[in-house]
Write a protein that binds this ligand. Structure first.
Ligand code: NAI
Length: 331
């Protein structure tokens, strides 16, 4: 039976990289029933909203979506569709697998780690006010419920994927209550997973250790702000946002997405690199239990890149469609 998935192509290069992913996953035998729905800046004109109710409802009903990048104007205009989606669907876990790819020049090779970021609270709760002129307060909210939920997600992910170690990243030496609560929850949850090594690292030291020797990490879990920063740091370790997949996951619902933006400078020119969204598609296949197809697609991506077929952002000459067909030929 074909598996229904909501496809949201997004803005800019989104439609082009989404059709590339659909072409490759269909050719690989993923047996997905793509259900097209729209969101983004361009949907505002056609549907009167950047995130139409029908799109949100379809993701709720089906529980799985693959989403292209969406344009967000800086400083004015509508609220980020990504933030609205996360809030409306309580997508509390942000998952970023970080894996070295062939032909992508980086300082370290053979990196294979996973960043798990709490998505709903911390300093991103948006509670700020001016106490007196010149003094503002920005409040960091941490709850036992959300801390336990994200730590359990990280351990369950590690167990399911056969990973050996989970590291909590925190600053509990300074934020003794907020990060102390996170750390307590982490060690309590860890007791339910005795086969997985649990340790912790202070965030500044974790950054240095990641840059100097990323191989010592397996799964890392942290609150929102540290997760935002470390997930991009880790993307940088393997070649940047153009090759990094991501997913936002809640209970019974998951949205897989490229973490780069809509790249308006190259939109419509057949230059975009679909690898990040494609790797998000691979992550989605694994989430759906289609590991065999996921391995086939991942091997074809690796072979394509090691054969030197790359798009302009990685120093190559292939267009989006040439790269796509090269991957299909290697499935
Ligand atoms: P961007 O990621 O769109 O582009 C930065 C640079 O990377 C550009 O030179 C672009 O051409 C290049 N690039 C990005 N993805 C590429 C790909 N797949 N292949 C080849 N080159 C690629 O970031 P920027 O310019 O800051 O943002 C553009 C728009 O995207 C903004 O409206 C921003 O809000 C939105 N955005 C959306 C995100 C999402 O939906 N997840 C994430 C980040 C930004």
């Amino acid at each position: 039976m074909r598996t229904p998935v909501v496809l949201v192509p997004g803005d800019g290069i989104g439609p082009s990289i989404s059709s590339s992913v659909v072409r490759i996953l269909d050719a690989a035998g993923a047996e997905i029933d793509w259900q097209l729905h729209h969101a983004g800046a361009e949907t505002l004109a056609s549907h009167g909203d950047t995130l139409p109710d029908e799109t949100l409802q379809a993701i709720r009903d089906i529980g799985i979506a693959l989403k292209g990048p969406i344009t967000t104007p800086v400083g004015k205009g509508f609220q980020s569709v990504n933030v609205r989606l996360r809030k409306a669907l309580t997508l509390y876990a942000n998952l970023r697998p970080v894996e070295s790819l062939p032909s992508v020049l980086t300082c370290h090779t053979e990196i294979d780690l996973v960043v798990v970021r709490e998505n709903t609270e911390g300093l991103y709760s948006g509670i700020e006010h001016e106490v007196v002129p010149g003094v503002v307060e920005s409040i960091k909210i941490m709850t036992r419920t959300a801390c336990e939920r994200i730590c359990r997600f990280a351990f369950e992910y590690a167990r399911k994927r056969g990973r050996k170690k989970v590291t909590a990243v925190h600053k509990a030496n300074i934020m003794k209550l907020a990060d102390g609560l996170f750390l307590d929850c982490f060690h309590e949850v860890a007791e339910d997973f005795p086969e997985i090594e649990a340790n912790d690292s202070i965030v500044d030291a974790a950054c240095m250790r990641l840059v100097m020797n990323p191989h010592q990490f397996d799964v890392v879990v942290m609150e929102n702000l540290y997760g935002d920063i470390l997930s991009d740091l880790c993307a940088g370790l393997v070649g940047g946002l153009g090759v990094t997949p991501g997913a936002n996951i809640g209970d019974g619902v998951a949205v897989f997405e490229a973490v780069h933006g809509s790249a308006p400078d190259i939109a419509g020119r057949n230059l975009a690199n679909p690898t990040a969204l494609l790797c998000s598609g691979v992550l989605m296949l694994r989430h759906l239990g289609k590991d065999e197809v996921a391995d086939r697609v991942m091997n074809a991506i690796r072979k394509t890149l090691s054969d030197g077929v790359t798009t302009g952002d990685l120093g190559g000459k292939a267009s989006t469609t040439e790269y796509t067909e090269a991957v299909v030929a290697r499935l």
